[in-house]
Write a new protein. Structure first.
Length: 251
């Protein structure tokens, strides 16, 4: 039995319409499911970010309380030392103590110096940019050694006083100093001969390479007529680094 051509066309049209409807329904269902998953993911991310912000606020509050308490203890210590140092019999003892405190970074110091800021290349691309476009612990250590060699007398890194036990290392995209994670930009403040330190930075061949366009490290240098660098004791405790040391009697 043969069907008229128009009837065959209608049957195929109906079949194609049904198939297209099914396909459209499947695609629509898929996109709806993906949309729900994405919405839930965004919702989860928003909750996670909110929780992290709350934790950060708590940690900041704790830090501010500890910093305030630390400042109070520092003020009390200075007051007690000042009272006791007025005793003529202990004047020489406290004069020696002040010298050692000055050398060890355990007292605030002030003087003229420079501020050197190191920052990663703007819009760093890990695929196309060289690894030197990021500031590493070796970059910071190099800069600090350069300034020490140029005559720096005291130095801080992002507000923390550098001492004889300074420890700087890379941890992922951050730098670890005294067990504290630091993020760029890294700001080095140094008290010392300004002209010598400035010339050391400006004439250094490695810094010149880092400034080249293909590397793009951002380096800023400014002179300061007066810098005040904090005591190491205001942010850290030396005792954590003395546990394996035994003093030699009579030395």
């Amino acid at each position: 039995m043969r069907y008229p051509m128009n009837m065959v066309s209608k049957r195929w049209y109906s079949i194609i319409t049904v198939l297209l409807s099914v396909a459209f329904g499947l695609f629509l269902g898929y996109f709806l499911v993906q949309g729900r998953v994405l919405f839930r993911a965004k919702g989860s991310d928003a909750v996670a970010i909110s929780d992290l912000r709350a934790e950060l606020a708590v940690e900041k509050s704790k830090f501010e309380q500890l910093a305030t308490r630390q400042q109070e203890l520092e003020t009390r210590k200075r007051t007690l030392l000042q009272i006791d140092s007025d005793n003529p019999s202990k004047e020489a003892l406290y004069a020696t103590w002040r010298e050692y405190a000055l050398l060890s970074g355990m007292t605030d110091v002030t003087g003229s110096g420079i501020r050197l800021t190191l920052d990663d290349k703007l819009n760093y691309n890990p695929v196309t940019d060289p690894i030197e476009s990021l500031i590493h612990d070796s970059t910071v250590t190099y800069a600090m050694n350069l300034l020490w060699a140029a005559g720096a007398r005291a130095m801080t890194l992002n507000g923390t006083r550098m001492t004889a036990i300074s420890n700087i290392s890379c941890v992922g995209p951050t730098i670890l100093s005294y067990d504290v994670r630091l993020m760029p930009p890294y700001e080095i403040e140094a008290i010392g001969p300004v002209d010598s330190m400035r010339q050391a930075v400006e004439s250094d061949s490695w810094f010149a390479r880092l400034r080249q366009k293909e590397i793009g490290v951002r380096i800023a240098l400014c002179e300061e007529a007066s810098l005040t660098l904090p005591s190491f004791s205001k942010t850290h405790d030396f005792r954590a680094y003395m546990d394996l040391l035994i003093p030699v009697e009579g030395s």
